[in-house]
Design a protein around this ligand. Structure first.
Ligand SMILES: Nc1ncnc2c1ncn2[C@@H]1O[C@H](COP(=O)(O)OP(=O)(O)O)[C@@H](O)[C@H]1O
Ligand SMILES: [Mg+2]
Length: 394
């Protein structure tokens, strides 16, 4: 049975008639009401009507047989869609799943929004610059969650229609990429996906050619933008010393850099061999010494649990991330802070592979390093931690 037009159909069709333009994709076209609505506006140049249901496809082919501007395709969401569109219409299954009912024409997943979110992830790559999405949902499909997902994907939105029906409200939103997303995509980045909402910034991932990249965007509710420019500068500068993920591009609202396919240091160490543990700790110490030598403090190195990633695809490699608090420092504290980390949180991991750290000895070595700040006192720390062989300096 092809989905019968109902209140949601008419609400969406009204919006389509007034704002549609250019090349149009009618996703989940069903019996073709939105395609017909799009065709009624001269601003529409062509329509691709897509549906997953073979009966709907057959119906659409018949209905639009004589309409040269329409092409009908079979597609599960956007999997078979190739091109970019100025308007994408999606009047989706939006109700939370009722037990035992699996009608894909009506139900949108367990909570009613899953299919919408999946659609949004795909739609970014199919929107022409300044393209728009017309999306309908119900007060029962957790609107706040959907809006939150839109924000994390750097979309802006406005409600352009609503209506009340028996137990719910229906809304149509007009959604576009926000300016920051447009600028990120101008750098040749595609397939943006939210990754993590950090303290000060939001992290997204994307693809630049075949390279997976990370993008840190200023959290719109914080005053982070000056910080991002600084972070970009530090990343560029520290890259020359082999520190940090590879910097790619930046602007006041974002930093683009290589994605590190790694594991947080404590998670990595909890499953690492003795050899791997030694390599990680050595690289960590060496990179902190490098920071000291350059004359900057990264900050938070006594607790870098979220800022040290370990990847081991091609040999074990430690990457420090997050340079938002990095600053020039005549007395840099990276090595001494990381000694605190070794002495505290790493102690058990080192013990597990047979390295027993004596707190007093290590802290004493760290103190001597702080005074001398030279290669010899740094070596003494390294040897003590990694070999427990060196005598404390006299
Ligand atoms: N290049 C990257 N590769 C992989 N994960 C990253 C990368 N950059 C950031 N992350 C992840 O995002 C989180 C937040 O990033 P971070 O730079 O610390 O931003 P914030 O300023 O929000 O703390 C990190 O803890 C890490 O999980
Ligand atoms: Mg952080």
């Amino acid at each position: 049975m092809v989905y019968e037009p109902a209140e949601d159909t008419e609400l969406m069709a009204g919006c389509v008639r007034s704002v549609v333009r250019g090349r149009v994709l009618d996703m989940g076209s069903g019996n073709g009401e939105q395609t017909a609505a799009a065709l009624s506006n001269a601003a529409t140049t062509s329509v691709v009507a897509a549906d997953i249901d073979p009966d709907a496809i057959a119906h659409l082919r018949t209905r639009f047989r004589d309409e040269k501007r329409v092409r009908v395709i079979h597609s599960d969401l956007l999997y078979n869609v190739k091109r970019r569109f100025d308007t994408i219409i999606f009047n989706p299954p939006y109700l939370p799943q009722d037990k035992g009912i699996t009608d894909i024409q009506i139900y949108g997943g367990k909570h009613g929004y899953e299919r919408i979110i999946h659609f949004l992830d795909q739609a970014g790559n199919h929107l022409a610059p300044e393209g728009q999405i017309l999306l309908l949902w119900s007060s029962l499909s957790k609107p706040r969650v959907i809006l939150d997902h839109l924000e994390k994907r750097l979309y802006t939105y406005e409600k352009i229609a609503e209506t009340h029906i028996s137990f719910e409200d229906l809304f149509v939103y007009r959604i576009t990429k926000n300016k920051v997303r447009e600028r990120i995509e101008k750098q040749g980045i595609r397939s943006l996906m939210p990754f993590d909402r950090g303290k000060r910034g939001w992290i997204l991932t994307g693809m630049k050619g075949k390279t997976k990249i990370a993008i840190k965007v200023a959290n719109p509710t914080s005053e982070a933008s000056g910080r991002l420019l600084l972070e970009a500068q530090w990343m560029k500068r520290l890259n020359r010393h082999g520190i940090g993920p590879r910097f790619i591009a930046s602007d006041p609202d974002f930093v683009i850099y290589a994605f590190v396919d790694g594991t947080f240091v404590l998670d990595y160490l909890s499953e690492a061999s003795r050899k791997e543990t030694l390599v990680v700790v050595e690289q960590l110490l060496d990179q902190c010494r490098m920071l000291d030598t350059v004359g900057v403090s990264k900050e938070e190195m006594h607790h870098p649990v979220k800022h040290v990633l370990v990847s081991d695809a091609r040999g074990v490699r430690v990457t420090l991330i997050d340079f938002e608090r990095t600053h020039p420092d005549p007395h840099p504290k990276n090595v001494t802070q990381v000694c605190q980390f070794v002495n505290g949180m790493l102690r058990a991991h080192l013990l597990k592979v047979g390295l027993e750290i004596d707190s007093a000895t290590l802290l004493n070595l760290a103190k001597q390093y702080r005074h001398r700040f030279d290669e010899t006192s740094f070596r003494a720390i390294k040897d003590y931690i990694l070999k427990r062989g060196a005598k404390p300096l006299s």
